[in-house]
Write a protein that binds this ligand. Structure first.
Ligand SMILES: *Cc1c(COP(=O)(O)O)cnc(C)c1O
Length: 385
């Protein structure tokens, strides 16, 4: 059976051009970027060219990019690195309730170190209210971390306004932009960011590669000690093949973003219309206006998202409920709860995230299949109609 992959927020396949760019760095170009000989210089050159490419996508300077093992490590370095280095200035951090666990769990760990964290709620639309954020700022606030686009509901936060507030009050401003980089324009200067996390495998690059943008002059300390790689901020022999893959993915994303964004928005809106047209008592979680091109998060009354997911899987369709990271838990999604959904409404959710491989025919087939699945499970549910 042909597989229809509509779970691009969980991960994406490596683009053929990305794989081709990476392969030589597993074989003939295997050098260590710290070695002084020819082989090392070749690796160093690839590393520095990659840094320029990634910086270019963000409007940053190459020396402001630190390569990491992915989004989770970038988030840890940003939060722990800033908090620990600036604790004399204050111990208060502001973030939101809808962050990825890479942020939320890092904050919990910082609370154990004596930091105080405010977790801002979001509106029913899944958006942070900048005036509520302004109200949460204290004299001892040292860091604001608000994700750019949410991984479950795809909502895009008003970072420009938040960036202005943070800059006014001279508070470091970080964003987890793992879901937005490569999909919508992200410019660190327009958004007044001091730090930004990204990950290769969410933009058709390899797993295990990512980066943290750190504005020049930012006071931060490392969380991994060793040989002093990456401006002493991230020790460990650089993952050159992964970094080259990330850079190629960034280059392709920059070239394709506008056209692909428009195409995916069209497919997304068509899928929403088809499903909501066929299924009663269904809705979409999160703002449709401030939303990633490929994201839909449906809510269905009287069914379990898990049942729908498994039924769709038998038809070759890959989607998710909540986020991949929490799919093995049965607790309702912390994101949907923060939007104000009741726990039973959270359980009937289905996340569909479109990407490069998806076609209009697939959208039709998936819409039909979802309608069939909901009808079947409502039929056998005690609460069903
Ligand atoms: C996937 C994801 C991460 C984690 O990135 P990894 O590279 O998988 O560690 C962090 N934040 C968000 C919003 C994500 O979607």
């Amino acid at each position: 059976m042909k597989r229809i992959y509509m779970d691009h927020s969980a991960t994406t396949p490596v683009a053929p051009e990305v794989l081709a760019a990476m392969l030589p760095y597993f074989s003939e170009k295997f050098g260590n970027a710290s070695s002084l000989h020819q082989s090392g210089r070749e690796a160093r050159l690839a590393l520095e060219e990659s840094r320029e490419e990634v910086a270019g996508l963000l409007g940053a300077k190459p020396e402001e990019i630190i390569f990491t093992s992915g989004g989770t490590e970038s988030d840890n370095l940003a939060l722990k690195g800033i908090a620990r280095k600036n604790r004399k200035r204050g111990r208060h951090i502001i973030t939101t309730q809808i962050e990825h666990p890479a942020i939320l769990e890092t904050c919990r760990s910082l609370e154990k170190e004596g930091f105080i964290v405010t977790y801002l709620p979001v509106t029913r639309e899944g958006l942070v209210d900048p005036s509520a954020l302004e109200g949460a700022i204290r004299p001892e606030t040292i860091l604001i971390s608000v994700m750019h686009a949410n991984n479950e509901v795809g909502t895009i936060q008003p970072l420009e306004e938040i960036g202005r507030l943070a800059a006014e009050k001279e508070i470091y401003f970080h964003t987890d932009a793992v879901q937005s980089v490569g999909k919508i324009p992200v410019n660190v200067n327009d958004l007044k960011l001091d730090l930004l996390s990204l990950s290769a495998h969410k933009l058709y690059g390899p797993k295990g590669a990512g980066a943290l943008y750190i504005r020049k002059g930012t006071k931060i300390e490392s969380i991994i000690q060793g040989g002093g790689h990456e401006r002493r901020l991230r020790s460990g022999t650089e993952n050159i093949s992964g970094i080259v893959g990330l850079a190629k993915a960034a280059e392709l994303a920059g070239e394709r973003m506008a056209a692909e964004g428009e195409r995916l928005t069209g497919l997304r809106d068509r899928l929403a219309e088809q499903v909501l047209g066929r299924v009663k008592e269904a809705w979409i979680n999160g703002s449709m206006k401030r939303r990633l091109p490929g994201n839909l998060n449906f809510g269905f009354k009287y069914v379990e998202g898990e049942s729908l997911l498994l039924f769709l899987d038998t038809k070759g369709i890959c989607v998710s409920t909540g986020s991949a990271c929490s799919s093995h838990k049965l607790e309702p999604s912390h994101v949907l709860l923060s939007l104000g959904l009741k726990p039973e409404e959270c359980h009937g959710s289905l996340r569909i995230t479109l990407g490069a491989s998806n076609t209009p025919d697939e959208v039709e087939y998936v819409a039909e299949s979802i309608a069939e699945a909901v009808e079947r499970f409502r039929g056998i549910s005690a609460l069903g109609r």
